[in-house]
Write a protein that binds this ligand. Sequence first.
Ligand code: HEM
Length: 258
Amino acid sequence: MSGFINNVLFGWYPYLCLTVFLFGSLVRFDREQYTWKSGSSQLLRRRQLRWGSNLFHFGILLIFGGHFVGLLTPIWVFDMLGISHGFKQGLAIAVGGLAGIACFIGIAMLAHRRLFDPRIRATSSFGDIAILLLLWVQLALGLSTIFVSLGHMDGHEMVKFMNWAQGILTLQPGAAAYVADVALVFKAHLLLGMTIFLVFPFTRLVHIWSAPIWYLGRPGYQVVRTRFADRHARSAAFPSSPTAAKRALADAARKGGR
Ligand code: HEM
């Protein structure tokens, strides 16, 4: 791959993808809030959905966390904590590999359900199917990188990806050079990964922005309405007989006088 093409693909393309990702999401949120969702097909083939969706989400969330921390933590932080590049590489392979397999099985179940159940197929948009298949190929590429990574367990190759990702996000010109000589399967994985950012605003993936993570920091209480309280409130609002109406009025007067 010539230096120019490498620069276009890994130096310019990331900015195109990130710009469309951010501005596209903003515009869709602003203009088309009714489509800001992951359309549910829960009514159909619920069991396969539950298994597939849980495995997929468990795997992808772990992979997302691993990629985020692994690629974007400054290298000096790992050095300061005494975490060697080799250890980090091993961890990425073990945890990323297991999460990747779980995610792969989950996505296979989701794709099977969506493609081969005629009713789900009929209610799926082109985007629903396309993004599922894109993620599937991306997973297969990610898992294939493991075989290459096993050949350099000292972690030096991983450092190139960290320098590249951090160089792009900190607007360093020339960041593309870090990945100029990595194996083709890595390049394909990086390119498809960026493309997923590019198409993100046009797919059901936008629901990721609305993940209710702030619930984690909320105080530990929940509002509980018992069935009894519910029935009581309903019979007060819609009394079933004149006697019930009188009782509800007397009740209300008693409470108001208190
Ligand atoms: C722009 C987005 C992405 C980038 C830059 C990226 C980058 C990487 C890199 C550099 C590795 C190799 C790590 C190593 O040295 O072992 C890797 C591995 C992997 N990636 Fe990605 N990736 C992206 C998106 C994704 C997505 C969306 C998925 C899942 C659908 C995914 C799944 C995997 C898996 C399963 C592995 C192998 C296990 C591991 O090392 O964590 N990646 N990715």
